[in-house]
Design a protein around this ligand. Structure first.
Ligand code: ATR
Length: 275
C-alpha cells in the first residue's frame, strides 16, 4: 500500500483524508492517506522523513505552500507561475512540485456552467490564494481582469504579472462597474466581514468565494442580496484540486460527481468551516 499525506499547521480539520480515501475506494487504488501536523519551523524535515519512510507524495496546505515550492527539485509550469506548491510527488528519489489549486478552481467553475472566456472578471484579494488562481484564470482568456486589494500595492504587483489580458488594479472601493464573474480570494469571510467592493459590482455577476463552510459565507449572502445571478463557495474547488493531485500521483482521474454533496452533508452535521 502506497502512503500519502497532507501536511499543514493546523491540520485537524482537513477534509483531504476523507476526499482521497473516497477517491482510492472509487478507483480501486491501494493507498493510505493521513494528516500530519508539521511544526511551524520544521516542515521540510517532516516531509523528508515521510518520504524516507516510504511516502510517495503529499498535499501541502497553509502555511507551508511557499516552503514546499522552495524544496522542490523540479516544478510544473503552473507551480512555477504560482510560486507555491500544494502537491509534492516523490519518484525515483526526486521531489517534484505541482500546484493544482488553480486547475481545481477552473474545473469547478466549468462544472457549474460558468464561462470565463470573454468574461469581465473581478478578483478580490492579492495574497497566496489569489496568486494560486491568477494564471489559470488568465489562461482562460477573460475579456478583462480587475484585481482589487485593500493594500493596493499588492494588487498592482499581481497585475504587473499578467500580460495576455487587459488588467487593472485598485482598492475594492475602486472596483465600481459591472462584471460577469466576481471572485473573493480574500480571507475576509473567515472574519465574517465583506471585502468592500461596491454593491453594483455584484449585481448580475456570478459570485464565487474561495472559502467554504456549512452555511453560505457572508460574501455570498451579500452577493445574493445585491442581485448576483449565481453564487458558489469553494467546496467544489477543494474536491477538484484534490482530484488533480490524485492524478499527479496515480495517473487516474477519480469521479468527483458525488463527493461535493457528501462533503456538504458532513459539513452540515459538524457546522465547521475552513478553506
Ligand atoms: P491567503 O493565503 O488566504 O490568500 P494572505 O496571503 O494572508 O492569505 O492574503 C489574505 C488576503 O485577504 C489579502 O489580499 C488581504 O488583504 P491585504 O493584502 O490588504 O492584507 C485580504 N483580506 C484579509 N482580510 C480582509 C478584509 N477584512 N477585507 C478585505 N480584504 C481582506
Amino acid at each position: 500500500m502506497d502512503r500519502y499525506a497532507v501536511f499543514g499547521n493546523p491540520i485537524a480539520h482537513s477534509r483531504s483524508p476523507f476526499i482521497h480515501n473516497f477517491f482510492a475506494e472509487e478507483t480501486g487504488e491501494d493507498i493510505s492517506y493521513e494528516k500530519i501536523l508539521a511544526p511551524l519551523d520544521g516542515f521540510p524535515d517532516a516531509v523528508r522523513k515521510f518520504f524516507s519512510e516510504g511516502g510517495r507524495g503529499c498535499n501541502v496546505t497553509v502555511p507551508f505552500k511557499e516552503e514546499a515550492f522552495a524544496m522542490c527539485e523540479s516544478l510544473s509550469p503552473r507551480a512555477e507561475a504560482a510560486g507555491a506548491v500544494n502537491t509534492l510527488i516523490f519518484r525515483d528519489g526526486v521531489i517534484s512540485g505541482d500546484n493544482t489549486d488553480g486547475a481545481g478552481f477552473i474545473a469547478d467553475l466549468k462544472s457549474q456552467g460558468v464561462r470565463i472566456e470573454g468574461a469581465r472578471v473581478l478578483l478580490i484579494g492579492a495574497g497566496g490564494a489569489s496568486r494560486g488562481i491568477l494564471f489559470p484564470l488568465e489562461a482562460e482568456r477573460p475579456a478583462s481582469l480587475f484585481i482589487a486589494n485593500r493594500t493596493v500595492s499588492k494588487a498592482e504587483a499581481l497585475a504587473a504579472k499578467c500580460s495576455s489580458v487587459p488588467v487593472s488594479a485598485g482598492t475594492p472601493a475602486d472596483a465600481a462597474g459591472t462584471y460577469d464573474l466576481v471572485i473573493n480570494a480574500t480571507s475576509s469571510s473567515l472574519q465574517g466581514k465583506l471585502p468592500g467592493v461596491p454593491d453594483s459590482a455584484l449585481r448580475g455577476a456570478f459570485a464565487y468565494d474561495l472559502m467554504y463552510g456549512a452555511d453560505p459565507t457572508v460574501f455570498l449572502r451579500h452577493a445574493e442580496e445585491c442581485g448576483a445571478r449565481g453564487v458558489s463557495d469553494g467546496l467544489g474547488m477543494l474536491v477538484m484540486q484534490a482530484a488533480e493531485s490524485f492524478f499527479d500521483w496515480r495517473g487516474v482521474r477519480p469521479d468527483t460527481s458525488r463527493l461535493t454533496g457528501l462533503l456538504r452533508e458532513a459539513l452540515a452535521k459538524e457546522q465547521g468551516g475552513a478553506r
